[in-house]
Design a protein around this ligand. Structure first.
Ligand code: BES
Ligand code: MN
Ligand code: ZN
Length: 489
């Protein structure tokens, strides 16, 4: 498991600065203003910081951006990392500065001089998140980065505010690891075992095996996994930190550990990316981990459907008709539209068993959402404006892109089947919306619900502000914040 780089919060010690061997990060106000620590660095380096602030290049730097000064005179450090940041930065700029510092520091010993900077805890979150490196399978992997020292004028205050952020970083890392793992390692068994291990941090974890799912009548889920050697499973994770007896909020995730498309097999080019098709389940797991680590005062249940979609002699065929737990029948037109079949049964089970106050499902559901929204925004579909607004607000505050798209009867009509209650794909038009309509057929009338199509944002091919290329952990922070705002305010 990849764990965030440890941070030791210490009181500012001006004498330690010159002696630090490694990298030292310091903040320079937008207008070149320096606090006591920056002035100290400036004096040690015989005015290098002041000259940097006066140079025309400084004014062109974006907030949160960094410049590096190698082997600065007057210090033992191998480099001085100077971040341009207001004393009272926005959350976003503070996190970006932390991320840029993490990138510049690599694995060297790092001393961060936050002085009296506002939002120092957000800097620490940026530092933690951008320090992620999935190197489990690199033979030449470097040793993990040593703990960093974070000096601030009020270290206890900063450390207290940074503690829940450490829980967030751990949740995000958990999601990223799950999404980055190859499918020969992260089988349904391995996935379930990693979730069961979270009992150690206080979650209640149950694993429903194929025989249990069969008894419950989850035939649309089981149909997807029936061509695989890996057994299908549903894992239920409960965090009951809220009022006893209060109904929980439910998070439901698509956990297709590999999606070949099944008999409607996908083309070879890029098929390797389908190791991330459990991204929805990965986010649910990451949020549950964060909630448990920060001992959230909320009742939340996370449910994931774990299956592998493989072609095989036993695999489901196009033309098959399967019956869902709800009782509705589905004509399989395309075995590659499997995520909705998995979610249909898990969504129904979640409502049937827990009577949740609301449900949010997450899934790498459609390629069409990437055509529509690219890698910047997840698709948001909802039957409840208040819940949708609460989520969109939280996502915006966390800098996680999310964009609402419509639902409606006309789209639902595309799912009419000649021989069953519905078919599993609409036409070519509005592919992400008809997929959402399919899911809505398994949502009870008065359950507030959001479907998040995260196919474009769960894993990306270039670095983002807070993550190196690969799994992003998108959604962990937004969902954690939404739960905080909704239940812990
Ligand atoms: N897992 C895919 C969607 C996907 C595509 C995720 C690209 C991430 C990146 C999903 O199961 C799928 O295959 N969807 C089909 C649906 C179609 C058959 C109606 C698609 O989008 O092509
Ligand atoms: Mn598919
Ligand atoms: Zn899929």
């Amino acid at each position: 498991m990849t764990t965030p780089r440890e941070i030791n919060f210490k009181e500012t010690d001006l004498d330690a600065i010159a002696e630090w061997e490694g990298r030292v990060a310091v903040f320079l106000g937008e207008d070149g203003k320096m606090d006591q620590t920056a002035r100290r660095v400036n004096r040690l380096t015989k005015g290098a910081l002041a000259r940097m602030a006066d140079a025309p290049g400084f004014a062109k730097m974006k907030l949160g951006e960094t410049k590096e000064l190698s082997w600065p005179a007057g210090m033992k450090a191998e480099a001085l990392i100077v971040a341009r940041l207001d004393r009272r930065p926005s959350t976003e700029d503070a996190r970006k500065a932390g991320a840029e510092i993490a990138k510049a520091a690599g694995t060297s010993p790092l001393l961060v001089l936050a002085g009296n900077l506002n939002r120092a805890p957000d800097v620490s979150l940026g530092l933690a998140l951008r320090g992620y490196d999935f190197n489990a399978y690199k033979s030449d992997a470097k040793d993990p980065a040593p703990a960093m020292t974070f000096m601030a004028n009020k270290p206890e205050e900063v450390a207290a505010e940074a503690a829940p952020m450490a829980a967030i970083a751990e949740g995000v890392f958990f999601t990223r690891d799950l999404v980055n793992e190859p499918a020969n390692v992260l089988t349904t068994d391995d996935f379930a075992a990693r979730l069961a291990a979270m009992q150690e941090i206080g979650l209640d974890v149950e694993i429903l095996e194929e025989a249990d799912l069969e008894k419950l009548g989850m035939r649309t889920l089981l149909g997807v996994g029936q061509g695989s050697e890996s057994p299908s499973k549903v894992v239920v994770m409960q965090w009951n930190g809220g009022k006893k007896g209060d109904k929980p909020f439910a998070l439901v995730g698509k956990g297709v550990v590999f999606d070949t498309g099944g008999i409607s097999i996908k083309p070879a080019g890029g098929m390797e990316d389908m190791t991330m098709d459990m991204g929805g389940a990965g986010v649910v797991a990451g949020v549950m981990r964060t909630l448990a680590l920060r001992k959230a005062k909320a009742n939340v249940v996370g449910l994931v459907g774990l299956v592998e979609n493989m072609p095989d002699g036993k695999a489901q065929r196009p033309g098959d008709v399967v019956k869902s737990m709800k009782g509705d029948t589905v004509e399989i037109i395309n075995t590659d539209a499997e995520g909705r079949l998995v979610l249909a049964d898990v969504l129904w089970y979640a409502q049937d068993r827990f009577e949740p106050t609301g449900v949010i499902d997450l899934a790498t559901l459609t390629g069409a959402i990437i055509i529509g929204l690219g890698h910047e925004n997840a698709g948001v579909f909802s039957n409840d404006d208040a819940l949708a607004d609460a989520f969109l607000k939280a996502a915006k505050a966390e800098g996680e892109g999310a964009w609402r798209l419509p639902l409606g009867q006309a789209y639902d009509d595309a799912l009419k089947s000649r021989i069953a209650d519905m078919k599993n794909v609409g036409g070519r038009a509005a592919g992400s919306i008809t997929a959402a309509q399919f899911l809505q057929r398994f949502i009870k009338k008065d359950t507030p619900w959001i479907h998040l199509d995260i196919a474009g944002v769960a894993s990306v091919k270039s670095d983002t502000t807070l993550a190196p290329k690969g799994a992003t952990g998108w959604g962990v922070m937004a969902l954690d914040r939404m739960i905080r705002d909704k239940f812990e305010g």
